[in-house]
Ligand binder design. Sequence first.
Ligand SMILES: NC(=O)c1ccc[n+]([C@@H]2O[C@H](COP(=O)([O-])OP(=O)(O)OC[C@H]3O[C@@H](n4cnc5c(N)ncnc54)[C@H](OP(=O)(O)O)[C@@H]3O)[C@@H](O)[C@H]2O)c1
Length: 259
Amino acid sequence: MVGNDAHPVFRELLPSPGGEVDLAAAYAHPVGLDRPWVRANMVASVDGGAIGPSGRSRDLSSSADRRVMGVLRGLCDVVLVGARTARVEDYGPVKDRASWAPLRAGRPATPAVAVVSRTLDLPDRLLTDAPPHARTIVFTVASAPAERRAHVARHADLEVVDGESVTPVHIVNALAGRGLYRVLTEGGPHLLAEFTASGLLDELCLTVSPHLLGAGAPRIVAGGPGTPGAPEFLSVQSTPVRMAHLLTADDALFARYVR
Ligand SMILES: NC(=O)c1ccc[n+]([C@@H]2O[C@H](COP(=O)([O-])OP(=O)(O)OC[C@H]3O[C@@H](n4cnc5c(N)ncnc54)[C@H](OP(=O)(O)O)[C@@H]3O)[C@@H](O)[C@H]2O)c1
């Protein structure tokens, strides 16, 4: 079958080269999940860049990439992002999709968005437009500006922690406490660096996008150990992962790496 922009056709390359792929099955979570599962979804150019000339990752995206992103959102309980990604990519609440009905049986129609921020400088619609079943969850620190704290608390579920940073373990435990086990983090690179260093990332879904960005583009993880402003709990470690699958559509590669 030949795909088009609206309906890209995904084919499996690994582990078994074959025909068209059912994305919901290919990205299904482990059955009987009894602990939080943190999956990251990121896109990189073939030379490893994560941010395009516009300052956003959407320069690297495509209809096939958006399709995978849609399925991953449909499968998750909560979408987690760093505040800079929310600002730069102008995040709002997740919109309902008819195709999600079978994926979300017994769950709210859309996943909530959770955002981590020290400044609480967040897109207002992310706070004010969220439906009651998926109120936005905001993690921040006690030093966040009081006026913004009050504004966020009026419209969203606000969690304030002591100290200079909200740790990944705090985020994952707090989400699990709300019954939100299937965490989908969409970055950005700084938040992903913290999750990678914490050892809490279970899975990376990586789109390798058919673009060359050159040396100026940051990687999908940034601000790691030793960089100015990096939280002190970061440390370098190597986490082995295995490739669960490699798919292709529209000249892009869609790899799923599981810890
Ligand atoms: N290639 C991809 O797949 C991809 C994915 C996502 C984003 N992006 C791109 O990446 C860029 C944004 O990513 P980024 O790495 O610069 O930023 P980011 O990780 O999205 O957000 C960083 C911000 O999150 C908050 N934050 C992070 N860790 C925190 C902690 N432990 N405690 C409290 N707050 C914390 C802070 O917010 P405050 O500043 O509010 O204090 C911090 O400035 C954009 O250009 C976006 O387009 C690329």
